[in-house]
Design a protein around this ligand. Sequence first.
Ligand SMILES: [Zn+2]
Length: 258
Amino acid sequence: MLNFQDLDFTTEKFRQLCSALAENYTSITIEQYLNSENNLPECFVLMRHDVDGKAKPSLRTALIEKEFDIHATYYFRAKKNIYVPEIIQQIEGMGHEIGYHYETLSDAKGDYEKAIKMFEEEVNRFRGICTLKTISMHGASLSKFDNRDLWKKYDFKDFGIIGEAYLSLGEKLNYFTDTGRGWNSKYNLRDFIPGKKQKYFADTTDELIKLINSGELDNLYITLHPDRWTSTTFRWSLFWFQDLAFNSTKRALRMMRK
Ligand SMILES: [Zn+2]
């Protein structure tokens, strides 16, 4: 029998993660980290969220973090249903940092001039509703363009941006990402810090929590996609898994009949 406690990537698991983090680390935003001039807390966590899908699930994670006094950084894409001013402002109001999850080079299909113009427009759009100091690239895994390449030709500092979440954060951070349904999964193609070898892995969030509680690391840099963490009830999950089992059984049966 499937137990809700066994499920990973749920709101409940997120809460457990936040609880472990709050007990062991001081959270700082990416902006605070970049402005810290190495005057950092002894043990700190950077909690970063890339909002790739709908904006709404971010409200859920933002509220849970607020409960634990965690200050995170939320990067929103400038797209419909993601750039939602009311939600962005609400999250900023909870004490989180808002950043821009840019993808203009892949959107412009490699046209640098067009991409930087779009970038400037989007930055201004964000600044019309919130404070904006940092950015993170959207992986756009289907595109052949790496959005970070924009900065081989231009400088984001010219737009009042103090840092990029992949390029500006240095070597000494222990990076963890939920891309690929694990922590630092082998299915992750683009979401990593260039030049930095991944040292730590965790197959499940429970393992990550164990690592957090062990005190082995003096810092963590976590990237988590809020819309991939479900707020389902026990029953909902159970049905979901039943459906999954049902579908694969059906598929197996169909193949056997052929
Ligand atoms: Zn993304």
